[in-house]
Ligand binder design. Sequence first.
Ligand SMILES: [Zn+2]
Length: 317
Amino acid sequence: MAAAVLLIGPALADDCANPEALGTARTLEVDPAAFGRIGTMQYRQTLPLAPKEVVLTFDDGPMPPMTTKVLEVLRSECIKATFFLVGRNAKSHPAVVRQIALDGHTVANHTQNHPLTHMGYGYSVQEFDAGFRTIAEALAPDGARPAPFARFPGLFNVSAVEQQLNARGVSVFSADFLADDWLRIPPNQILARALARLEQKGFGILLLHDVQPGTALILPKLIQELKARGYRIVHMVPASGKTVAIAAAEPASKPAAPAPAKPTAAKPAARKPAPVAADTATVEFSFVTRWRKYYEEQQKAAAKNSPKIEYFNVADR
Ligand SMILES: [Zn+2]
């Protein structure tokens, strides 16, 4: 397993103009053939990180001005992260997609049409194909390509689709911990939860949302805390030569261009991909149902191991 992951070093510190920056300690090459499913929130394995090593991931963008603010903070701290983009947002803001790649971050796929409040339809692999296609179109002027990395909206993984993605050479990412920044909680709570969960686990992949104003707000403070506590940033990139084949758009009648993305709720029915392939499962649950179960499990585990960790009760949402 370890042979599939190469370490590139030393860090990018030489290029960093800010002597106080946290920086990026190392780059980790990820081979989807060896790491098909990553992140201990849902899977058995995560990235081979050392204690105190953190991978930052940002979901749901690009969405200026929040994404732009996040990019500014990361740039000033010489930190490289991974952005799981929503295709329809990428289509609305291609310049931001290009900026993410030009800044040296990894650009990954979070499906084409990601409902932001309620999940109620089956994901087909075509949703990921469309996401890769849209992101690739945005990156094309610079000759850049999306990484073969994907994450299900809401982490609503569907095993049949996971298998199809793995067969196409795409790694499916969960995460190791959240900061609950997609819930309407005060920014200081986002910070507190991110740090508490990181301290509990000691290393791992943190899932944040660059579309959330609170996240952009606390990011400088989060980085400051990571620095003070001795954490190091690891940038994950695809193993050399690993790319994803971009499937051509379906030749059938071209659907109307999607409406400009809004950070607010959209009717799931309006974004229902059709048709769902017969070999894909259908997920029928809401964010609240799914995450209440997750947090209940976490609370039980926390009660056994670390009573000091207070996990958020999704029922409060
Ligand atoms: Zn998302």
